[in-house]
Ligand binder design. Sequence first.
Ligand code: TXA
Ligand code: MG
Length: 321
Amino acid sequence: MQSRNDNATSETAILGADANGLAQAAAVLQRGGLIAFPTETVYGLGADARQPVAVAGIYAAKGRPSFNPLIVHVADLAAAEALVTFTPLARQLAQAFWPGALTLVLPLRPDAGISSLVTAGLTTLAVRVPDHPVARGLLREFGGPVAAPSANPSGRISPTTAAHVLAGLAGRIDGVIDGGACGVGLESTILDMTGDPVLLRAGGVPEEALENALGGLLRRPTGDAITAPGMMESHYAPRGTVRLNATEPRPGEVLLGFGAVAGHLTLSRNGDLREAAANLFDCLHRLDAMSASAVAVAPVPGHGLGAAINDRLRRAAAPRP
Ligand code: TXA
Ligand code: MG
């Protein structure tokens, strides 16, 4: 396998989620290549966060706007402390929720050694310790910080299986570790902890759990600056149009059901939000595979993981650029 960051010509290796696969994947990262790997949230597209050319390869493979900064994945809190400056409150959250689906935005340490392409020039860095045996094994084997956005072409549906990754990025990345389907199925919750906690993105850790731990309400971003550019309106988009809060399909529509609203595909028959989260992106990928040109989606309640599910559905339904 050769490291290759821009051309869409060579083959993408499918690596096993065993010691041999992890060793091969770590070697590719070391020489500046791109490896997609499973986390508990979604598959990430990883590169060594210290190698600018490797990080540039992520942007190239995804076709991602260069102003959109990346999350850095590390093996544990100690490794995160070497990259960013923690406040006591941020450390308390890390201890409570890591490893897990929580990303913290904190001031970047000047001596962190992270490529400025990772932060897109910001003075802050988003860090997370993933809770997946393959991700953790890879981080241990590699022994450094791994920058990894979701392993999908920019603006499209996030991958929750190795097959989803290959459907979007085959030939554009060096390899993918096949670790099966992701358990959570939604990206991490992102909190800006550089001041009072601000919720930048709803995700796999429900807001209510964070507010319990913080003993207070989370603020929302103010102003119109794109503080977390994943908050761009159109995102997570299947190819067909998307209509929300539908209880039955109109002619030509494929219905994505939930609970009592049974669809052609259903997020969760018994209305379980965890199951719906885990199924969401796979259902959207399957709608694409069916060439559905019009999709109607049943109402999903907004509490717990429902907040993040509805966030992704709204973006899937937003006008396309
Ligand atoms: O679950 C996840 O978070 C997955 C897995 C692979 O860890 N990763 C993921 O990455 O969703 P991505 O690149 O698709 O989304 C990262 C989000 C973007 O919205 C980006 O703008 C935001 O994190 N972000 C990164 N660094 C930031 C920073 N310094 N300040 C504010 N937002 C930041
Ligand atoms: Mg993404």
